[in-house]
Design a binder for this molecule. Structure first.
Ligand code: CUA
Length: 151
């Protein structure tokens, strides 16, 4: 009957939506781990993690990236990590509100002076991800770019 067909069509649509949402949250070669995105803790700029922005290996495949945003760049740049790695980003700002956003993924967090944004991401394969700032931060906001280089 037509009723049955409509029911099936509706279910196909629902499954399609769920698949789209799931795919969207995974992105390309990248997986968010947990829902730690946008969690924040207070920090000072002389915090040793941010006076020397860098990537540190903390386990066999685990890394921590200490990243600063400032008008109009990110440090370090590029952020270089190996494939098949799990990277926890700690990001803070040296001046005004920025964002730390990986182009083509759903990694996107506000970066606030005096606070640390934290998120964990798995990088599955070698690929370059552009880093951009999505918060207006001054005249060169649109040129504020960086790079995550997965090797
Ligand atoms: Cu930094 Cu816009």
């Amino acid at each position: 009957t037509y009723e049955k067909l409509w029911l099936i069509a509706a279910m196909v649509l629902i499954v399609g939506f769920i698949a789209t949402i799931t795919y969207g949250s995974v992105g390309l070669g990248i997986t968010m781990v947990g829902d730690q995105q946008d969690t924040v803790e207070p920090t000072e700029l002389d915090d040793e993690r941010f006076s020397d922005p860098r990537v540190a290996q903390v386990g066999e495949n685990e890394y921590e990236a200490y990243v600063t945003a400032q008008m109009f760049s990110f440090q370090p740049d590029p952020i270089e990590v190996p494939e098949d790695s799990e990277v926890t980003f700690y990001v803070t700002s040296r001046d005004v509100i920025h964002s730390f956003s990986l182009v083509g993924t759903n990694v996107n967090t506000m970066v606030i002076p005096g606070e640390v944004a934290e998120m964990t991401v798995e990088f599955d394969e070698p690929q370059d991800y552009g880093v951009v700032c999505n918060e207006y931060c001054g005249p060169n906001h649109h040129n504020m770019e960086g790079m995550v280089h997965v090797v």
